[in-house]
Design a protein around this ligand. Structure first.
Ligand code: HEC
Length: 490
């Protein structure tokens, strides 16, 4: 036994002699922190780091099965849910991990703000933290797109239409974001690269920097009302405090972090087991306009804000508000880097946090039930008028049902009721031949979506048979070119 112990010490020393990482790591872990920082209020940063590790691990496992192509992404998620053992659990952990991460990062930020921890000399730690929040939100958004389901498709569509409003360069920006003018395979490749390489790369590097600075500058001491921060004396005072009341971070302060992180992990597991994975909702199908797309939790409030804003205010609010908000967060420690740290002496700070929290909370709540799109199924409840079914073959009647089920009437009226986005179809067959109708339905045209993928061959046949009966009292349309051929053959 002691032989084994000696062997492992030898092995450790072999590596340590070459790497030299062990000593500084132990030193960093055991560095002295003021005893006041061993508090349940100081556990959110480490919990966010632990969730990040969870996201990296579950993300790698997901990438083993996920197919980042427009035609296979959705079905590879269905495959994970139903055909891979515990695949659904993996998806659920990654999805809930994401929601928890956004929440914990936000709570961490509020705590840091309330405790004045952004003040000298930790200004840069805060600024990098702001970027970490933005990157975390970026991960949440790009991750939602990778689901490539109805929610993702429409979420991205709305995102693109927001971007398109940027003055002058809006169009090119959308092209850059989507990899072309429409949401397609290129779009998914782009978001895959962002979600798997670009953003996590920057995120992990900045987390490293953030932690390095936390260790280097020391954990913020518990604020005392009346103890002001001054650039001249702070560092000296902090060192004196650590010398007088210092405890080693590991294990004396870190055990609370460990317990809290474990509790959060358990909560994520519980949510994953109880609620399961997010989506995928329906397959992304631009022809299904009767859908209520909903963004993930972190972005719900934006949609609610947009839904309630008067249209004229949308564009200014969309572009000015985020710039102001992010700018204010970045400038905060530079403007207010000294002075009082304790919340009881910073009433404006407390008021601001409360107002922002309540506003976000209310809009998030509204976001869970605001209808996102106009109600498009207004006419789908109407049956095809009886006179169009009179004296029809069974196939033609079946076509009438397809016509109804595929909600053609959202855009086309017959018998005077229906949408007005496309032309009324009452006398369609008097100016279109069967071939032309088939082409129109399968390939779409102008503002009409293509139904090639959304209709089976038998549905198409029935539908077109039905459409050819719609000609009022008029003669059916004839293909003039074919008649020429027939005549000349005669
Ligand atoms: C999103 C709205 C929309 C939906 C849904 C829709 N269409 Fe259309 N449709 C149009 C528009 C717009 C046109 C006009 C084509 C153009 O823009 O050139 C059109 C044209 C047509 C035409 C040619 C009409 C003509 O007189 O030239 C036919 C036939 C047609 N649609 C059939 C259908 C059928 C069948 C369905 C259901 C499977 C359907 N449409 C669903 C919007 C729609």
């Amino acid at each position: 036994m002691s032989r084994l112990k000696q062997r492992s010490i030898d092995l450790y020393n072999w590596f340590e002699q070459r790497l030299g990482l062990g000593a500084p790591m132990i030193e960093a872990a055991e560095h002295e922190v003021p005893v006041s920082t061993s508090s349940w209020w100081y556990v959110f940063g480490s919990a966010a780091t632990v969730i990040l590790m969870l996201q990296v691990m579950t993300g790698i496992l997901l990438a083993l099965v996920y197919a980042p192509t427009a035609s296979h992404a959705w079905s590879s998620l269905e495959f994970l849910d139903h055909n891979v053992r515990l695949g659904w659990f993996l998806r659920a952990m990654h999805g809930w991990g994401s929601d928890f991460m956004v929440a914990i990062v936000l709570i961490h930020m509020v705590q840091v703000f309330m405790f004045g921890a952004f003040k000298f000399p930790r200004e840069l730690t805060w600024i990098i933290g702001v970027f970490l929040l933005l990157l975390t939100l970026g991960m949440a958004f790009t991750g939602q797109v990778l689901r490539f389901d109805q929610d993702a498709y429409w979420g991205l569509g709305i995102g693109a239409s927001i971007v398109s409003r940027v003055p002058v360069i809006g169009g090119p920006l959308v092209g850059l974001m989507l990899g072309g003018p429409i949401i397609a395979g290129n779009t998914l490749s782009r978001f895959f690269a962002l979600h798997v390489f670009v953003i996590p790369g920057i995120l992990l590097a900045l987390v490293g920097l953030h932690l390095w600075m936390v260790i280097r500058l020391g954990i913020n001491e518990w604020p005392m009302p009346g103890r002001l921060v001054s650039r001249k004396t702070y560092v000296r005072d902090y060192h004196r405090l650590t010398e007088q009341t210092g405890i080693p971070f590991v294990p004396d302060a870190a055990w609370k972090d460990a317990i809290f992180a474990a509790a959060i992990m358990l909560a994520i597991v519980a949510c994953a087991l109880w609620f399961g994975p997010f989506g995928p909702t329906g397959q992304p199908d631009p022809t299904i306009i009767e859908t209520a797309p909903k963004p993930d939790f972190a972005f719900l409030w934006i949609y609610a804000v947009l839904a309630y804003l008067p249209p004229a205010l949308e564009t200014p609010v969309l572009f000015i508000a985020p710039v102001l908000a992010i700018g204010a967060m970045l400038l905060l420690p530079l403007v207010s880097g000294e002075g009082e740290k304790h919340w009881s002496k910073r009433p404006i700070a407390v008021l601001m946090v409360s107002v922002i929290a309540v506003t976000l909370g209310v809009f998030t709540h509204l976001g869970t039930y605001t209808p996102w799109s106009p109600i498009m199924n207004a006419w789908t409840g109407d049956a095809v008028p009886a006179k169009y079914l009179h004296n029809r073959t069974p196939l033609e009647r079946q076509g009438a049902i397809v016509f109804q089920n595929k909600q053609c009437r959202n855009c086309h009226s017959i018998g005077g009721s229906g949408g007005l986005r496309g032309p009324a179809l009452d006398t369609l067959a008097s100016h279109m031949t069967e071939d032309q109708i088939i082409r129109q339905v399968l390939q779409g045209n102008g503002n009409m979506p293509a139904y090639g993928n959304a209709l089976s061959p038998s549905e198409t046949t029935a539908l077109v048979r039905f459409l050819t009966t719609l000609r009022g009292d008029q003669e059916p349309a004839r293909d003039a070119s074919r008649e020429m051929v027939l005549k000349s053959e005669r």
